[in-house]
Every structure is written in structure tokens, then in C-alpha cells.
Design a binder for this molecule. Structure first.
Ligand code: SF4
Length: 341
């Protein structure tokens, strides 16, 4: 199954420029993009995974993670094979790197945009999340689905590494209501060597999506010895704080995976150190994922300090939201930033 990958343009020399992500692949007839799921065939760029889902689940929205976005709701979550990054620590490498590791083979179950929206509704979801692999590589599939979802009153979420071009963000803006964007490091060398990408386009995409008014939360996976120095953590915290201190920052723990089996798990004290640095830089909402301590998973009112969204148990298992539909703190009336209805 494939569809025209219309977020692309023909260059004067006859080659095709893909305009979806900042890898900016320029391709000749028969060539694949870095993501392995966009290919030039008969003079046009085709999206080889259109309508082919490789992973489908109903997840708590907290699992994306989005903590200031319809708390306690369900997100119908869809991903395909393929990715524009090649992170050595990828937790979903079985799908994200599948075509690269299987001689460009494409796999997935047929699932049209219409069927995704129906299934989301049948499963009581309030949103559809494009997740598991990098959604910008299957842009046209997400775009068509998100548009239909909006017509049916569902919201849309991108869980992304932040390599969208400005053009892609312009097109997504009317339909994508929330984004969780990874800032994987504050060091270009890390991006180059470990992810096959660059830092600057990620920071640009975060800034631009925020400027467009899309609700953003940031995630950083802290990997021992790779991106966890005080200096680097502070660099990310400062960047977020200067952009907008109300952007939530999720700090998460690495566990050995894929091509990084020789690196130990992130110790709890590293996560707590990063949390403290985030506080020192003035971030209003900080969260630590995958440790068992609800104090670091709950939301506190930045004005009065009361706990206003409690989270405990497995991710999304127990969520008590004391905010109203405008995000108003019941104790002091402060309006917490987020998408609450
Ligand atoms: S989406 Fe794929 S083909 Fe397009 S620029 Fe990115 S890596 Fe290249």
C-alpha cells in the first residue's frame, strides 16, 4: 500500500526533495529516503507505509507522556515502521529500524485513516496519538487521519523527535493539538553519533511549534555518561525556560536497549539532580518518569504549591485531576497551562 508523499517537491535537476523532515533527502528515481519509507517511484515521492500500521494500542495519554493534556483520557496510538533517526538506544527499534534492518521490507496491518478514527471512538479515546516510531516520516497518513479525527471531535498528538520542517509544522498546526518532543541531548555530537541527526533542527522545531500555539511537552531520556552532565542538563533546562517556563519537562530513565546494552540504567539520583536543575532554572512543571515515587509524577500548582493532579501506580493507572476544564487551581484560582478539555 502506498500513496503520494505530497510533502515534497521536484527540483530543477529532476530530483525530488522530501520536505517532511530536516534530513532534507534529495532523491533520484528508485532511491529511498533515510527513513526507508519514502521512495521515488515513477517520478514522484511515495509513502510506502500509508494505511499500514505496525503498532496499535489504546494507551493512557500519560504514557505518551503528556501530563497537561486531557488527564486520565485514552489515546488511540498508532505507529508504522521506519524512522528518520537511528538512535542506538531506541526502545521501539523493532519497528522503527525494521526496514533498514530487513532489506527495506515494509510490514504492517492495513488500517485506513477512517478505520483509525472509528476504532478510537469505539474504544472511548479522546485523542489519536501518532507515536512509537517517528510520525513525520508517515506525515501524509497522519495528516489525513488527524483531519478526519478533528471532524469527529477527537484531538491529535504527535510524539516526535522534533525533526519536522517549518512547512510540515505549518500544515500540522490546524490538526495537531499536542506534541511531546524529545530533546535527546544538548550536544550536537551526541545527535550525530548516537542518533544520526543534528541538534539545531530539533531546537528550531520546538521553538516553531510553540510559536504556532501547539501544546508542547518535552522529554529527555538521561543516559549515564552520555548526556547527563550538569552542564548539559542545565543547557536543556535553560533552553526550555527561556522559551516558556510553563512547558512541562519529563525526565526519564534509560535502561539498556538495542545497541546500548553496555550502558547501565539511569540511577535515581541522576533524575533527582536533573529535577533540581530544572527547578533552579525556573521551570514550572517537572516530572520524573519510570521511578516509583508519585511525588515526582504529580502536578503542583506553581502559585500555591498544592498538588492538583495526582498520579500513582503504573503510568496512567491512578489519576486524580482536581483542575476544572480551564485548568483552574481549586485552592488559589491560578490557571495552569495545558489542554484540559
Ligand atoms: S521524512 Fe524520510 S525521506 Fe523525508 S527528509 Fe526525512 S528521512 Fe528523508
Amino acid at each position: 500500500m502506498s500513496e503520494k508523499a505530497w510533502l515534497s517537491k521536484e527540483l530543477k535537476n529532476g530530483k525530488i526533495l522530501c520536505q517532511a523532515c530536516s534530513q532534507a533527502c534529495v532523491l533520484d528515481e528508485g532511491e529511498y529516503g533515510i527513513c526507508s519509507v519514502r521512495k521515488v517511484e515513477n517520478g514522484e515521492l511515495r509513502l510506502l507505509v500509508y494505511g499500514l500500521a505496525a503498532a496499535v494500542n489504546v494507551d493512557p495519554v500519560e504514557k505518551k507522556p503528556l501530563y497537561h493534556f486531557l488527564p486520565k483520557s485514552r489515546a488511540f496510538s498508532v505507529g508504522t515502521v521506519g524512522c528518520n533517526f537511528s538512535c542506538k538506544f531506541c526502545q521501539n527499534y523493532d519497528i522503527s529500524q525494521y526496514p533498514k534492518e530487513h532489506n527495506r521490507e515494509i510490514v504492517g496491518q492495513e488500517l485506513s485513516p477512517e478505520r483509525i478514527v472509528e476504532l478510537a471512538q469505539e474504544n472511548g479515546c479522546d485523542s489519536i496519538a501518532y507515536t512509537y516510531n517517528e510520525p513525520i516520516v508517515f506525515f501524509e497518513y497522519t495528516y489525513d487521519t488527524a483531519k478526519l479525527a478533528h471532524e469527529k471531535g477527537l484531538k491529535n498528538i504527535y510524539v516526535t523527535s522534533g525533526y519536522e520542517t517549518h512547512k510540515a509544522i505549518d500544515l500540522l498546526e490546524p490538526y495537531i493539538d499536542g506534541m511531546n518532543i524529545d530533546i535527546k541531548s544538548f550536544n550536537n555530537e551526541f545527535y550525530k553519533e548516537i542518533c544520526g541527526a543534528r541538534l539545531k533542527p530539533v531546537l528550531d522545531a520546538v521553538r516553531y511549534a510553540h510559536e504556532k500555539g501547539i501544546w508542547i511537552e518535552i522529554t529527555t531520556l538521561l543516559i549515564p555518561g552520555k548526556n547527563d552532565s550538569d552542564e548539559e542538563i542545565r543547557g536543556i533546562a535553560k533552553f526550555i525556560a527561556e522559551l516558556d517556563p510553563s512547558i512541562p519537562w519529563h525526565l526519564s530513565a534509560f535502561h539498556p536497549m538495542y545497541k546500548m546494552l553496555d550502558v547501565p540504567r539511569t540511577p535515581e539520583f541522576t533524575l533527582l539532580r536533573a529535577y533540581k536543575i530544572g527547578q533552579e532554572e525556573g521551570l514550572k512543571y517537572l516530572y520524573i518518569g519510570n521511578i516509583e515515587n508519585e511525588d515526582y509524577e504529580s502536578t503542583y500548582c506553581p502559585s500555591c504549591g498544592n498538588r492538583v493532579v495526582e498520579r500513582s501506580g503504573n503510568i496512567g493507572q491512578f489519576v486524580t485531576n482536581k483542575l476544572d476544564e480551564k485548568g483552574t487551581c481549586p485552592y488559589c484560582g491560578y490557571g495552569l497551562e495545558g489542554v484540559w478539555k
